[in-house]
Design a protein around this ligand. Structure first.
Ligand code: ADP
Length: 247
């Protein structure tokens, strides 16, 4: 099967500083792929390139078979099916989870419709289903400002999922979460992966270990190695540059 995302020899040069030095990476359909590596390795820059926030200076990013993302504007990349959840949630605190998802759903169509469009019964059902999936159905009518940190993060993920993406990019999704919230987030990610590939930048190795999926290690703007977490942990180079340093 074709990979959903293929980064080929991706380079990023920030005024002479080579943040990415020829990154090759593939995300398979339905895969949860973790991107790890020490600070400054280039993980965020790679996500920025994939979603169009940063332009690569060389190389190619191919999505869903044959779509070259290299020159596409950010909004077009969302339209093609790649969404990103940043660490800080950008939800509307004065609105309920239902209303937040309603806005996100309408945003998908166009901004003008946010003001005027009425939701159909099937759209409401869709939002309710998503609220159940992200564990917020019980609190769907409460103001988002009253939600816990974890609930706010799940709502933000929900606002991305309502776009029906093919690839979800997550940046440290469990940062600041309690143990229980981490477990729930892990379960949510497994659930999401049934319909959408997920690429996750994560620092918490205990969290990564819970998944039996592929891990890619980056260092100094390159992919150092990739494989199962058990193998990665045994890799001497990885121990030196990353695991050895941070425990
Ligand atoms: P990571 O996410 O793995 O911690 P980053 O992708 O944020 O790493 O950064 C990789 C390197 O690129 C770092 O050395 C960082 O300082 C540098 N960098 C990131 N963004 C810029 C920028 N806009 N201008 C110059 N250097 C940058």
């Amino acid at each position: 099967m074709q990979p959903i995302l293929s980064c080929r020899n991706v380079m990023v040069d920030f005024s002479g500083f080579k943040a990415l030095q020829g990154v090759d990476l593939q995300v398979e359909s339905g895969e949860i792929l973790f991107l790890i590596g020490p600070n400054g390795a280039g993980k965020t820059t790679l996500l920025d390139v994939i979603c169009g926030k940063t332009r690569s200076t060389d190389g190619e990013v191919i999505f869903d078979g044959n779509i070259s993302l290299t020159k596409l504007p950010e909004q077009k990349i969302v339209h093609e099916g790649i969404v990103r959840k940043f660490q800080a949630p950008s939800i509307f605190l004065q609105l309920t989870p239902f209303e937040n998802l309603e806005i996100a759903m309408k945003q998908k169509k166009n901004l003008f419709s946010i003001l005027f469009a009425k939701m159909s019964a099937s759209q409401k059902v869709k939002i309710d289903e998503l609220l159940k999936k992200i564990g917020l159905y019980e609190v769907r009518g409460e103001l988002a400002q009253s939600l816990s940190h974890g609930q706010k993060q799940w709502l933000e993920i929900g606002m991305q999922l309502i776009q029906e993406p093919k690839l979800l990019l997550l940046d440290e999704p469990i940062a600041g979460m309690s143990g229980e919230e981490r477990t729930k987030t892990g379960n949510l990610i497994e659930d999401i992966a049934k319909t959408c590939s997920v690429l996750i930048v994560e620092h918490d190795m205990d969290f990564v270990r819970k998944f039996s999926t592929k891990v890619v290690v980056m260092h100094e703007g390159k992919v150092l190695c990739e494989g199962a977490m058990q193998d990665i942990q045994e890799n001497e180079e990885v121990k030196n540059v990353y695991l050895g340093r941070s425990g």
